[in-house]
Design a protein around this ligand. Structure first.
Ligand SMILES: Cc1ncc(COP(=O)(O)O)c(C=O)c1O
Length: 369
């Protein structure tokens, strides 16, 4: 049978014509994910750790990377990394683990596997934008339910949406990005019990939250906990992991690319994951700075500080775009969220930096205010 004739393609003359004829309209309408160029600015915009690796540890990583057989594909199962993660994060042997090129890739894999025609994804909003983006890529319907004004889950609205939409997939980021707060465990569990499909609790910021559902995954057959090492000093590695019942992991494993975790990452991760003391020390320093920064920000006239359980703090200011620009002029890059969602009006997201970076931020803000 002949394919239906595509008039636009028949008359295409240049690349733009071909693009218009064959690229999906919803993809053409997108703007590519923008990563700001920090130049010389103090970088407080991407929720990274501000602390570099200690020199001795860098040398160990370098030796491990130098020993990688570069002419071979990586270990497709990445068994060494999985074993290191099981030990480092205390993942019970009865649960399955899937690794991703960052948790971003795992969001894509999960969405792709569950995007049956007509299936829905449910997310509270504002939240991490990649959930909705991946629904679009996979052709899955994304239903957003607004958070309450204080950024807690509107559980009744979520339960009503679950009853109405019967979502195959729910994403709950806790602590949530960009709001920074941890959702109440009781609220998450009500959603988990009511959901007819998979509930992904994205714990990218778990190290800073003091609470996690990882130890309870075995209790809930429809719970998957998503983690990443990006927020605890290893953003360059691109390593995320999903923990769920082996039945889920077996299905998701079919959707990932065969060699999704490159050999350099695997070699470095196995060294770094064995060095708990370094990570723990950096996390403790960031948590201490978060307390100091939040208290100091709250003393600046006009600044409202929201509860912060991750490695960043969300603030509301009299004029976020103007303050953002003045901070940039003072050499400091933060994330301007004004315009991203109505609940984020006049908000900036500030990643916790080193003590010196946080001091520079505070003195710039005091000058602006
Ligand atoms: C909630 C949340 N999930 C996932 C990610 C992605 O992390 P990565 O792909 O670096 O593992 C981020 C990054 O900002 C995030 O904020």
């Amino acid at each position: 049978m002949n394919a239906p004739r595509n008039e636009a393609l028949a008359t295409a003359r240049n690349a733009a014509d071909y693009v218009a004829a064959v690229v999906r309209p919803e993809v053409r309408a997108l703007t590519a994910y923008h990563v700001a160029d920090p130049g010389d600015l103090i970088k407080l915009d991407a929720n990274e750790s501000p602390f570099p690796l200690p020199e001795a540890l860098r040398a160990k990583v370098a030796a491990a990377v130098a020993a990688v057989p570069f002419h071979r594909y990586p270990d497709g199962g990445a068994d060494g990394v999985i074993a290191a993660l099981r030990a480092a994060a205390g993942i019970p042997a009865a649960l399955g683990v899937l690794l991703g090129n960052g948790s971003d890739e795992l969001i894509e894999v999960i969405t792709c596997a569950l995007a049956r025609p007509g299936a829905a994804m449910l997310v509270p909003e504002p939240t991490f934008v990649m959930y909705r983006m991946n629904a679009l890529y996979a052709g899955m319907r994304c239903v957003g339910v607004p958070l309450a004004a204080d950024f807690t889950l509107d559980v009744d609205a979520m339960l009503a949406a679950i009853a109405r939409e019967r979502p195959a997939l729910v994403f709950l980021a806790s602590p949530n990005n960009p709001t920074g707060n941890r959702f109440r465990t009781a609220d998450v569990l009500r959603i988990l019990r009511a959901a007819p499909g998979l509930v992904v609790v994205d714990e990218a910021y778990a190290a800073y939250a003091g609470e996690s559902l990882l130890a309870r995954v075995a209790e809930f057959p429809n719970l998957l906990v998503l983690r990443t090492v990006s927020k605890i000093g290893m953003a360059a590695l691109r390593l995320g992991y999903a923990v769920a019942a082996p039945e889920w992991i077996a299905q998701l494993n079919k959707v990932r690319q065969p060699y999704n975790l490159n050999a350099l990452t695997q070699a470095a991760a196995q060294v770094l994951l064995a060095e708990r003391a370094v990570v723990d020390g950096q996390v403790a320093a960031i948590v201490a700075e978060r307390g100091r920064l939040a208290a100091a920000l709250a003393r600046i006239p006009g600044v409202e500080v929201f509860p912060a359980h991750a490695n960043f703090v969300l603030v509301r200011l009299p004029d976020a775009p103007a303050w953002f620009a003045r901070l940039a002029a003072a050499g400091i890059l933060v994330k301007n969220l004004h315009g991203a969602h109505p609940l984020l009006a006049q908000c900036l997201r500030i990643t916790i930096g080193t003590p010196a970076e946080n001091d520079a931020l505070l003195s710039a803000l005091e000058t602006i205010a």
